[in-house]
Structure formats: structure tokens, C-alpha cells
Design a protein around this ligand. Structure first.
Ligand SMILES: Cc1ncc(C[n+]2csc(CCOP(=O)(O)OP(=O)(O)O)c2C)c(N)n1
Ligand SMILES: [Mg+2]
Length: 658
């Protein structure tokens, strides 16, 4: 049996994509049909993978940044023999419970390296994967780590602002094993791309420092030549693949109306006829299927040789722990525990960002896979520990990334690193700019990966920089996000406890909300990690049943304790509950939750932010001392006074209610 031509193999992708989308009556066949040729050349000749081992640590990473073209990826996974993606799954494209959801979802479908769909973000995530690869190659050597990251991005991805951040960061870091295949089809949903974009994408990449080439995206020989060129470059590469959207779909070829579900029965029949494709719907002719399965086995030999090298390596155990299992070292928290004990004894008042920095001093040397960074606010975020050197070309062994002023690109790159595995990324910016990184925080939460976002300057307490920089609604909006732990520690002990929880949360990203201003120590005992409960009684009521419970987080816990002292002095038994993490509180047993919320007649929360979310603790008739609008520029002591967030105000409110 002669093996089928590469064009026929690409036609298999086209037909599957047309059929699956038509069957689902939704989805996108335009992009998969247009990029079928490029993907066929990449997967059959260049991509290093073994379909039987989707988790092989040294595989190339393939990122479909233009996630709407999910049928391209599902076709490839099915055809090359990824077990999970059966023809039945293709038939159930976009249906409940299928392995083939509308957009590719990490963790849901083996072979999907990252969740994509929000345009531009796949590209930015891929930058992080390429960074992790370089770092691990520096750490473990290229006998164990030597793979590439390939991205398919469309016009939409490159219009998105985050592409700028990703492109410039990748160029600065000289990530030469990153290759972007631009689906240069000159169309988006609304029409020709020129209705909204007249820039020169190739020139843009070149200006940033990439090596750039253009190729006919339907000419297999030229595509292969371009890919051969790409792997030889000393910088990241972009190949502008000139394609026609819906290539093969007769009159719909090149027509922006064919971006999504739009082909009529007759058009599909005509397209099949033109390709000479006679097999029925959801049937792949044997020879074509066999040729594709061979592609899926192509990397097997390489993988087995790699596994042998790993077995013989002196670093096998460490590689297995950090990269394969993503497990923490046995002694990960020994130094942190000692630090907590010291902090509990020393009772030092300081900014929680400083306490976080001190916790990192205990953690980073103990957990070599931690990769820190900041979006140009290192000194403010306290994210760089003493021994850390910069992550940079040519050796990439450094553990500290200068992300530049690129909050979204940074958060997406961290996602990519965590997805790659073998590194634990954390990095910082000001909390007000969580809005800039929010789309990546969200994808990380959706994907269930371990990433730590250090967000300092977490309230009006940052003072003079004023309302542009003062988060007010951010805590509430971040707490609204599923599968995201928002930590707001009160002092050094809580800061260290929260760091431990963030590092132990393998399937949940974390926010560390940290203050610029000093705040008193409130925890004087080491031992049980009380922050793990999300909320706990920090001070009990004395002299009778509690008449009031004050709930607080972060820098306002000190205010709550001072308010309790005032109330106790006036004979009002008052308890204080510290709430470092709403989300972990929700995971506690109902009896514990009930006990913590308690039965005091007055419940009051104090947090220098909006009230939203606090009714869970204080009830709809509870009292709230916090922010009701934007902040202002002034020294922080003045701001707390002006906005009425003081111990006196809390005590006064309690007394008025009693
Ligand atoms: C951030 C974001 N905005 C909007 C969309 C909706 N959307 C999906 S595909 C698309 C058009 C993108 O054009 P292009 O990337 O050129 O894809 P093509 O039509 O060529 O397949 C849009 C606007 C999205 N998925 N993500
Ligand atoms: Mg396009």
C-alpha cells in the first residue's frame, strides 16, 4: 500500500473538522482547514512527541493559541492516536461530558497543553513554557531537557495587546526554541483583517528581535523548509504562513464568513468531492489512518532513549520529584517552620510585604524549583531573595525573572511555566494592577495550576500614590473567581503560613495580598497553621459571652485587636476573628464555620476595601467598616482616619448597635 501524500493527510484534518462542526452545528472549521497543511508538516516531521505518552517530560509543547480552531488539535490528537480522543469523542465535539469541548481545555483532554480560546493568551503562555524549558535545561542538562515550544496564532492573537508583551519578553530572553506559526489568512470574524489592522506583523516581530520568515502555508515543501530554518535560529522565530481560511471548501475558501459553523451540506459534499474524499462521515480510510498513527509513534524511540538517559542520570531522583511528579522536597518547610517560630517570639511590626519577603528567604533556598519575579517592582514587592540571580540568556540558571512592565504577559508566562512543570512560578506587582493580569489569573484558576501572584500595596494603606494605585474592589473581585485562593495575611506568622498553603495548593493558584505599610504582630504562637482554616479565632472574648465579633483581614486585624481592647476595657466581651482566606474557610466543616461566625449579637467586619462578600460572615444586618468608594492621595495614617477605618470607629459602631 503506497503511503498517502501529505496533502491527503492534511485533508483528513479538513474533513474531520468540517464534519465535526457540521454535526455539532457550532464551532469553527475555517482555521483548522486553513492551517491543516502547516500542522501536518509540523506534526509529521518536526514536533517531538509520543502519542502513547502525552505526559513525557521532554516532549515538545504545541500550543493552539487560536483556540477556536480546536478541531485542528482534536483531529491531530485523534489521528496520531492519543487514546483519549476517540472518533466517538470527535462525534461528540462540544457536547456534555466529551473530551472535545468547544475550546481546548488543559487537564480535560490529554495532549492539550494549555487551555486556549481567549485570543493572544496562548502565545503568552507558550513564552512561559519556553522559559521553563530553558531553565530546566540549565538545571538538569540538555540530555534530559531539550525540547521546543510551537505556537499557532492567528490575526486575533496578534491584535491582542498581550501579544506585544509576550513577543517583546520572548525576544529579550532570546527564547530561540520558541516558534510562532502565524495563520496569516488576513481575515477575522467581521471581515478582512484590514478593516481593523493595517500593521505589518512581520516587521513588528522583527523590530522586537525575532527571526521572521514568510511562507505559502499550503506548500508542504516550503513549510518544511521554513521549519528547518526555524530550528537553526538563535532567537525566537515567527513564520507568517499565508493561508486561506477554510482551504478546500470551494467558494467559501478565503471568505471570512466561513470562520465558524457555516458550510451547507452541498458545500461539504463538493469539498469532499474536490479532495477525492469518498469515505463516509467520521471514517478515516485505513491507509490514511495508518500513516497518521505512524506519525504518533514517531517519537517513541526518542522517548525510550530519553528514559534510558534519565535512568542512568545521577539526577534521576531529583528530576522525578521536581519535574515528573511536581512534588515538593521533603524538607521544603523546615526553614520556614523555624522562621515562623522566631516571628511568633519576636512579635515584629512590619509591612506584610516585608514579612512575605522574609518567608521567601526561608523558602527559595529550600525549594530550588521556585522561580520568582516582578513586573518592574522588585524592591516594592519583596520578591527577590538574597541569593537569587537573574534568569537570562545564555545560561538561564537564574531563578529571578525581570518581567518588565508586563503584568498580563507575566501572569500568562507563569501559567505556562506551571503547565510545563518542574518549576513553581511566583511574581509580583501592585494589587491595583491585578486587573491587568486578571485574564491570566482566571485561566490559571480554570486550569487548576500552582501559580502565586504576589500583590503588594493592597489598600489605601499605600498612601500617597493615591486612588489610581489603591485597590478597593480588587479583593472582592478576586474572591469572586472560582478556584483561586486569595490570601491576606495579618502579620509575619500568617504571611509564612499563607506561603506554605500557596505552595501546597497544587491545583489552585493563589493571590498574596500584602501591605506597603507597617502593621503590628498579632500571632504569638507557632505550631498549628491556623491560616489553613481560612478564618480562626485570634482573640477570645473575656469576662462573659461575646457581645461582639470583629472579623478582619491583613492590616485591619491590628485595628480589630485594638478595637477589641477598647471594648473589653469598657466591659464589652469581644472576640476577634482573623480571616486570611475566605476560600479555605468555605472548605471547613459546617460546625467549625458556625462556631467561628459565632452567636455574638453584634458582628462587624473591618477591611480597607468594599463590603461585597462580607455578608457571609456578618450577615445582611452586620456592620462593616471599610471603603465605600475610591481612596485618595495622602499619608496612610491620615487616610485611615479620613475614611473612618480606625479602632475607635469600630468600637463606636459596636457600642451604637448594642
Ligand atoms: C480575547 C478574545 N476576544 C474575542 C474572541 C472571539 N473570537 C474568536 S475567534 C475571533 C476572530 C479571530 O480572528 P483570527 O484569529 O484571525 O481567526 P480566523 O478567523 O482567521 O480563524 C474572535 C474575535 C476570543 N476568542 N478571544
Ligand atoms: Mg485570521
Amino acid at each position: 500500500m503506497p503511503s498517502p501524500s501529505p496533502v491527503v493527510m492534511a485533508d483528513a484534518i479538513r474533513v474531520l473538522s468540517m464534519d465535526a462542526v457540521h454535526h455539532a452545528k457550532s464551532g469553527h472549521q475555517g482555521m483548522p482547514m486553513g492551517m491543516a497543511d502547516v500542522a501536518t508538516v509540523l506534526w509529521s516531521k518536526f514536533l517531538k512527541f509520543d502519542a502513547s505518552k502525552p505526559d513525557w517530560a521532554d516532549r515538545d509543547r504545541f500550543v493552539l493559541s487560536a483556540g477556536h480552531g480546536s478541531m485542528l488539535l482534536y483531529s491531530l490528537l485523534h489521528l496520531t492516536g492519543f487514546k483519549a480522543v476517540t472518533m466517538q469523542e470527535i462525534e461528540h465535539f462540544r457536547q456534555w461530558g466529551s473530551k472535545t469541548p468547544g475550546h481546548p481545555e488543559y487537564g480535560h483532554t490529554p495532549g492539550v497543553e494549555t487551555t486556549t480560546g481567549p485570543l493572544g493568551q496562548g502565545l503568552a503562555t507558550a513564552v512561559g513554557m519556553a522559559m521553563a524549558e530553558r531553565h530546566l535545561a540549565a538545571r538538569f542538562g540538555d540530555e534530559l531537557v531539550d525540547h521546543r515550544t510551537w505556537v499557532i496564532a492567528g490575526d486575533g492573537c496578534l491584535m491582542e495587546g498581550v501579544s506585544h508583551e509576550a513577543i517583546s519578553l520572548a525576544a529579550r530572553l532570546k527564547l530561540n526554541k520558541l516558534c510562532v506559526l502565524f495563520d496569516d489568512n488576513d481575515t477575522t470574524i467581521d471581515g478582512e483583517a484590514t478593516i481593523a489592522e493595517t500593521g505589518d506583523q512581520q516587521a513588528r516581530f522583527k523590530a522586537a528581535g525575532w527571526a521572521v520568515k514568510q511562507v505559502d502555508g499550503h506548500d508542504h515543501a516550503k513549510i518544511a523548509a521554513a521549519l528547518r530554518w526555524a530550528v537553526k535560529q538563535d532567537r525566537p522565530t515567527m513564520i507568517a504562513c499565508k493561508t486561506l481560511i477554510s482551504k478546500g471548501a470551494g467558494p467559501k475558501e478565503g471568505d471570512h464568513h466561513s470562520h465558524g459553523y457555516s458550510l451547507f451540506d452541498k458545500e461539504i459534499a463538493d469539498a469532499r468531492a474536490a479532495m477525492g474524499w469518498t469515505a463516509p462521515k467520521f471514517v478515516i480510510p485505513e491507509d490514511i489512518g495508518a500513516a497518521w498513527k505512524k506519525v504518533g509513534r514517531r517519537g517513541g524511540k526518542l522517548r525510550r532513549a530519553w528514559a534510558e538517559r534519565l535512568k542512568g542520570s545521577a539526577q534521576a531522583a531529583e528530576f522525578d520529584r521536581a519535574v515528573v511528579k511536581n512534588a515538593l522536597p521533603d524538607n521544603a518547610f523546615t526553614a520556614l517552620d523555624a522562621h515562623i517560630a522566631k516571628m511568633a517570639a519576636d512579635k515584629v511590626a512590619n509591612a506584610t510585604r516585608v514579612h512575605s519577603g522574609a518567608a521567601l528567604e526561608a523558602l527559595v533556598p529550600s525549594i530550588p524549583e521556585m522561580i520568582g519575579g516582578s513586573a518592574d517592582l522588585t524592591g516594592s514587592n519583596n520578591t527577590r531573595t538574597k541569593g537569587m540571580t537573574a534568569f537570562d540568556a545564555p545560561d538561564y540558571a537564574g531563578q529571578y525573572v525581570h518581567y518588565g512592565v508586563r503584568e498580563f504577559g507575566m501572569a500568562a508566562a507563569m501559567n505556562g511555566m506551571a503547565l510545563h512543570g518542574g518549576v513553581i512560578p511566583y511574581s509580583g506587582t501592585f494589587m491595583a494592577f491585578a486587573d491587568y493580569s486578571r485574564p491570566a489569573i482566571r485561566l490559571g484558576a480554570l486550569m487548576g495550576i500552582r501559580v502565586v501572584h504576589v500583590m503588594t500595596h493592597d489598600s489605601i494603606g499605600l498612601g500617597e500614590d493615591g486612588p489610581t494605585h489603591q485597590p478597593v474592589e480588587h479583593l472582592a473581585s478576586l474572591r469572586a473567581m472560582p478556584n483561586l485562593n486569595v490570601f491576606r495575611p495579618a502579620d509575619a506568622v500568617e504571611a509564612a503560613e499563607c506561603w506554605r498553603l500557596a505552595l501546597e495548593a497544587k491545583t489552585t493558584p493563589s493571590i498574596m495580598a500584602l501591605s506597603r505599610q507597617k502593621t503590628p504582630a498579632v500571632r504569638f504562637e507557632a505550631g498549628e497553621n491556623l491560616s489553613a482554616k481560612g478564618a480562626y479565632e485570634l482573640r477570645a472574648a473575656e469576662g462573659g459571652l461575646a457581645r461582639a465579633t470583629i472579623f478582619a483581614t491583613g492590616t485591619e486585624v491590628g485595628i480589630a485587636v485594638a478595637a477589641r481592647d477598647l471594648l473589653q476595657a469598657e466591659g464589652v466581651p469581644t472576640r476577634v476573628v482573623s480571616v486570611p482566606c475566605f476560600e479555605l474557610f468555605e472548605t471547613q466543616k459546617p460546625a467549625y464555620q458556625k462556631a467561628i461566625i459565632g452567636a455574638a449579637p453584634v458582628r462587624i467586619a473591618v477591611e480597607a476595601a468594599v463590603r461585597q462578600g462580607w455578608d457571609r460572615f456578618i450577615g445582611t444586618d452586620g456592620l462593616f467598616v471599610g471603603m465605600h468608594g475610591f481612596g485618595a492621595s495622602a499619608p496612610y495614617e491620615e487616610l485611615y482616619k479620613q475614611f473612618g477605618i480606625t479602632a475607635e470607629a469600630v468600637a463606636q459602631a459596636v457600642k451604637a448597635k448594642l
